[in-house]
Design a binder for this molecule. Structure first.
Ligand SMILES: [Zn+2]
Length: 300
């Protein structure tokens, strides 16, 4: 069984927050890592509600520099500083270094830990911006009124040794480990390939759009994603002067691109119930959820 991936929706509202929907922030928890996508006003209070220490967060990915997506950074950094954080904090986003420098300028503090800013490349449509042994993170250029990125979390594919098959080839435990590392192994003058003794497990994929109008590149990247978390500000499209998405358009595209589960977020406060949004979306794509603050999804 693969390790579960937890996704916690800390804030699911749009530009003006409400008592029911705070500003955007989504936390992914996997393999001991806590990574945050957007950090709207009140993110640290929302973290307290779900009993997660902000000290655990290693990376923050900001989709764009509109205040509803980043205004929680300043107080969060202040709390980390007062909690004597020493571990560096990495912040990714379009022109991240410029905005982080400006944020730090706004206060008298001498921050006791390093903030490493990573600028997403605005000339690239899709760029791998982080990788470790278990997963990769991609920045995907999206369509908003200012430079903006969506982010893709892609777990690496893995191989599970079929012990019965491996025994047929006479493999020892050490040889099984070697074949997993190298992809093949020479045993008694015969090459045994990994695919002969193991089964491939495709890594899980989660995509977060940030604020955007429907964007082809984002959907192409999201094809067959386990979870697509998408801007669903409105129910029906409202035209280019509102550079967001509607539940109707995104539900249609999710069906076309074979998304496994769609979560609509960043809902306008004009909608008083999730049912009115859900009713329209479900007409086009059944496996839709409307996000709620503090909602948790576990991918097994
Ligand atoms: Zn927004």
């Amino acid at each position: 069984m693969p390790e579960p991936i937890n996704i916690i929706f800390l804030g699911t509202g749009a530009a003006i927050p409400s008592l029911r929907r705070r500003h955007p922030a989504i936390l992914i928890q996997y393999k001991g890592d806590y990574i945050l996508f957007d950090c709207g006003e009140g993110t640290q209070i929302q973290l307290q509600k779900v009993k997660i220490s902000p000290m655990k967060i290693s990376k923050i990915f900001i989709t764009h520099w509109h205040a509803d997506h980043f205004a929680g950074l300043l107080p969060l950094i202040e709390s980390l500083h007062l909690s004597r954080r020493k571990k560096p904090l990495e912040i990714y986003g379009p022109e991240a270094s410029r905005f982080i420098d400006a944020l730090i300028e706004l206060s008298y503090w001498g921050i006791g830990f390093e903030i490493k800013a990573h600028d997403c490349n605005e000339d690239e449509k899709i760029e791998k911006i982080f990788e470790n042994d278990f997963y990769e993170i991609y920045a995907i250029k999206v369509k908003h009124s200012v430079p903006a990125f969506g982010y893709g979390f892609k777990e690496k594919d893995s191989w599970n040794i079929d012990v019965k098959k491996a025994e047929k080839f006479g493999l020892t435990g050490i040889q099984m480990r070697k074949i997993k590392e190298k992809g093949k192994l020479k045993i008694k003058n015969k090459i045994v390939k990994l695919e002969q003794v193991a089964k491939k497990r495709i890594g899980r994929k989660i995509v977060y759009s940030g604020d955007t109008m429907p964007c082809k590149e984002l959907f192409e990247f999201s094809k067959k994603a386990d979870l697509l978390i998408h801007d669903g500000t409105f129910i029906e499209p409202l035209g280019v002067e509102r550079p967001h998405s509607s539940a109707k358009e995104i539900a249609k595209l999710s069906k076309k691109y074979k998304i496994k589960k769609l979560v609509l977020t960043h809902l306008s406060r004009r909608y008083k119930t999730t049912e009115e949004v859900l009713k329209v979306a479900k007409k086009f794509f059944k496996n839709t959820i409307v996000a709620k603050d503090l909602m948790k999804i576990t991918l097994k």
